[in-house]
Write a protein that binds this ligand. Structure first.
Ligand code: GLN
Length: 202
């Protein structure tokens, strides 16, 4: 049985659990380091990345999450979660980042709350049907480094979904749509990573 942890410090963690359970996996809310034992992947939800960051520090999660990311744990960061997984932000706020993915993100890159919007995104890895992206004070990916594959852009060309090995990020909120394709993609990715880790131990 696959168990996916969902960082449940702040933000839209309940909605992610609903989508993942609909896809037939177990979910576990993560607030403490010991709750990470035995999970097959981790979702870092949208919310407010500065708040999630402060709580990660308070709950002693920063180092352990950095180590797990480096060790190959599949992680899926949505919106604020994408910021948390990034190497850096354009504005260089004083907030802890996991530096797990070779991307620099522009926080609130589409403007403030009133500039929240929805857009149909062409995402070839999910098939021909466009994916409806819900953007809420969303970031976008300003620059990508080596090893990062772009999976989706908004019509004006800003990168809003990407993958690097065991890391998947998107700037929008896939858990607020009834389209589970991006979560399913993450589960397939997580299963692939597990096989790789097992093969390397064999
Ligand atoms: N604006 C938020 C941040 O910078 C992200 C918003 C979201 O997750 N919907 O952390």
């Amino acid at each position: 049985m696959t168990t996916i942890g969902i960082l449940a410090l702040q933000g839209a963690f309940v909605e992610h659990a609903g989508v993942l359970r609909g896809l037939g996996v177990e979910t576990r809310e993560i607030r403490l380091p010991e709750q990470l034992d035995g999970i097959d992947g981790l979702v870092i939800p949208g919310g407010e990345s500065t708040t999630i960051g402060k709580l990660m520090v308070s709950f002693n999660l920063v180092e352990v999450l950095r180590d797990l990311a480096r060790a190959g744990m599949p992680m899926f960061g949505t919106c604020a979660g994408m910021i948390v997984l990034a190497k850096d932000t354009v504005q260089r706020y004083d907030q802890p980042l996991l530096n797990a993915m070779n991307i620099v993100v522009h926080r609130n890159g589409f403007g403030r709350q009133v500039d929240s919007f929805e857009a149909d995104l062409a995402m070839p890895v999910l098939g021909d049907k466009p994916f409806r992206g819900i953007f809420i004070r969303a970031p976008y990916i300003e620059s990508i480094g080596e090893g990062v594959e772009i999976l989706g852009k908004v019509p004006d060309g800003k990168v809003v979904c990407a993958r690097q090995e065991n890391m998947l990020v998107c700037a929008f909120h896939p858990e607020l749509t009834d389209d589970p394709r991006l979560h399913r993609y993450f589960l397939e990715m997580a299963r692939g990573c597990r096989q790789l880790v097992q093969a390397s131990r064999a």
